[in-house]
Structures are given as C-alpha cells and as structure tokens.
Design a protein around this ligand. Structure first.
Ligand SMILES: NC(=O)C1=CN([C@@H]2O[C@H](COP(=O)(O)OP(=O)(O)OC[C@H]3O[C@@H](n4cnc5c(N)ncnc54)[C@H](O)[C@@H]3O)[C@@H](O)[C@H]2O)C=CC1
Ligand SMILES: O=C(CO)COP(=O)(O)O
Length: 328
C-alpha cells in the first residue's frame, strides 16, 4: 500500500505540527482546515498564524478546505469534535486507509475512545493511535520528539512509523491501542491536578506524589479496559505524564494552575482559555471508572474541582485522610 500522501484534518496547533512533521519526513501533505479563507492565508504566508504563529511551514505542506482522500489520514481535531468531523467525511475515502487518531480525550456521553468513534463512523478504516510527549511547537520547530504509534498489525504499523519518521520526529511502533488512548486521555486529567497543586502552592513533593499515584490509577484503568499496564512504561504513559504534569507550557497544566489559584472552571472557560482536553475528559473518566468498578480517587477529585462541587482544600484533606494501604 502506498504511503506517500498525507492529509492532516484539523488546522489547530497539533494538526499544523503533524503536517510539518510529515513534510519533514518527505511526505506530500495537505493540511485540511475549516474554511477557504484560512487555507488561502496559510498558502500565501506558509504560516498558520492562528495556530502556530511565527512557525514557517515547509513548502510540501499545502492547505485546503476540502478533504479528497490520501494514502495516510491524520485526524487532529479536539476529541469532542471527532465524531462530527467524521460525519462530514464520506467513509469510502477512509476505507482500507490508515487513519491516525491524535486527539487525547474520551467522548462525553458515550465514554468512547477515539478509535471506537472511528469504528462507528468509518468501520473500514484502519485505526492507529498516535500519542506521547510532544508539544506542537516543539514538533513543528523540528526539536527532537519521540512518540508512540499503536496499530493492530505489527508490520503495517512499522511501515507507517517509517513513513512518518523524520530527522526530529521518531515514532515507536506499538500494538496496544487501548493503553495508548487511555494514557493520552488521562494524562490531561492528572496535568490539571498537577497544575492545581502548583496554583495552590502545595509543593513539588505533592506534585510528585500525584504523578506516581496517577500512574498507578492509570494502570488500573488501562488494565480494566483490556489494555496492558506495560504500555504505560513507554512514551504515551510515563513520557507524556512527565511532560504534561511538570510543564507550564501544557494548556492542561495552565488550566489547573488557574483552578488551584481559586478560579472556577466555568469562569476560566468563559475567559477564553485555550483547549484543555482534561476538563471534558475528567467527568467522562470518572464515569468510566465507576462503570468499571475501578478505584480512581484522583480522577474523582479533578472531576469534583472542575464541576465546582468541592474546593481544593477539601479535596486534599479527603485524599490525605483516606485509609492507609499497601502501595501495590
Ligand atoms: N497542541 C499540542 O501540543 C498537542 C495536542 N494534541 C491533541 O490534539 C488535539 C487538538 O489539539 P490542538 O490542535 O492543539 O487544538 P487547537 O485548539 O489548537 O485546534 C483545534 C482545531 O480543531 C478545529 N476543529 C474543531 N472542531 C472541528 C470540526 N468539527 N471540524 C474540523 N475542525 C475542527 C478548530 O478549528 C481548530 O483549528 C487535542 O485532542 C489535543 O489534546 C496532542 C498532542 C500535542
Ligand atoms: O499533549 C500534549 C503534549 O504531549 C499537549 O498538552 P496540552 O494539551 O496540555 O498543552
């Protein structure tokens, strides 16, 4: 199967960065954006000013407002928009094609992973999940990045990883789509918590404890979903948890800092905050944990803070007074 042309659908920061990465890998790339004014502006300036200001795109990246098919399709819209986007695409254009899912989140209402949405909307597409520690600005600027690409067929996944790999972008092939998807979605929830720890000035020790207990909670969730806890030792688990839970560059971490400083989620959202997928994923993950009978006190805590049903001091007191237990 040819793997020469790439369409990246989603003209935000991540779609733009992935288009640039695919171009650096030698592919011929279409960046599909929502309207022709936007595509014309990108093609004229070779900059997607709304998404990654100042980043000049390679000439192999051509923007378009229309998706007409490609050897490789990458979806890079927010997790809650994936179903609507797929509803607007003829599934025949995706049948038998690798479709790379790059959003990190669980769908509100259905609790679905991104590849479950794809299976609903385009059942003959071949699903891949791309996730790992990778800020769009780093990837687009050609700073070294390593990431996990999970797919069902080992040889095809390796071929796809090779097609997308460039001098500064290194995908590692893997087979546990569930583990990679859950890790990508949940790390945003823990990043909110870690940002809140910083915003509330609870200290670096508390943040490290949160990362470690978050990792343990994530492992329980992945295992209950049918994925492998071993996946979490890799880039999509430990890698992305480390990046997002310790960096003020993360939008989820920034949102958490605002929560920790005492602002309400609704107010932060109302003041035009950047996309923070953990805000939508927290209640979905809490519902998923309940349905799987998984003990998930940290997800529940973030859910409560985001919903405004508990303040940070009450949450911390509650977590610290849980019955003592063995670590493993
Ligand atoms: N920005 C980053 O560093 C990274 C982001 N991601 C993930 O990528 C996903 C997208 O994030 P960003 O691009 O950063 O967000 P963004 O807010 O920069 O851009 C989102 C884009 O999606 C478009 N969009 C929304 N609904 C749409 C629809 N129905 N049809 C077509 N386009 C639609 C918007 O117009 C916008 O251009 C998120 O799930 C995020 O977690 C993953 C890795 C890194
Ligand atoms: O997923 C990311 C890095 O791997 C980006 O994180 P934020 O969405 O929190 O900025």
């Amino acid at each position: 199967m040819p793997l020469e042309t790439v369409s990246v659908i989603g003209g935000g920061a991540w779609g733009t960065a992935l288009a640039q990465a695919a171009a650096m890998a030698g592919r011929s790339v279409t960046l599909v954006v929502r309207n022709s004014d936007h595509s014309a502006a990108i093609n004229q300036s070779h900059v997607n000013a709304a998404a990654l200001p100042g980043q000049v795109l390679l000439s192999q990246v051509v923007a378009s407002a229309e998706f007409t098919g490609a050897d490789i399709v990458v979806l890079a819209v927010p997790a809650q928009a994936t179903r609507t986007l797929l509803a607007s695409i003829d599934p025949a254009l995706l049948a038998g094609r690798p479709v790379v899912l790059s959003a990190k989140g669980l769908e509100a209402g259905t609790l679905a992973r991104q590849s479950e949405i794809l299976a609903d909307m385009a059942p003959h597409a071949i699903p891949y999940v791309l996730s790992g520690p990778s800020f769009a600005a780093d990837v687009a600027a050609g700073r070294p990045t390593a990431i996990t690409l999970a797919g069902d067929d080992a040889d095809q996944t390796s071929a796809l990883a090779t097609a997308l790999a460039g001098p500064s972008f290194r995908p590692y092939a893997a087979d546990d789509r569930i583990g990679v998807e859950i890790a990508g979605a949940l790390k945003n929830v823990y990043a909110l918590a870690c940002g809140a720890v910083e915003g509330a000035q609870l200290g670096a020790s508390a943040r490290a404890a949160l990362i470690a207990r978050g990792y343990a909670e994530m492992a329980r969730m992945v295992t209950a979903m049918g994925g492998s806890a071993h996946t979490l030792t890799g880039l999509a688990g430990l890698g992305d948890l480390t990046l997002t839970c310790t960096s003020v560059q993360s939008r989820n971490y920034q949102f958490g800092m605002a929560l920790g400083a005492g602002r309400a989620a609704a107010e932060i959202l109302g003041s035009g905050a950047k996309l923070a997928e953990g805000v939508t994923t927290a209640p979905v993950a809490a519902a998923l944990a309940r349905s799987l009978h998984v003990d998930a006190p940290l997800i529940d805590a973030v859910d409560a803070v985001v919903a405004g049903t508990a303040d940070i001091a009450t949450i911390v007191a509650g977590l610290m007074s849980r019955p003592l237990k063995r670590e493993h």
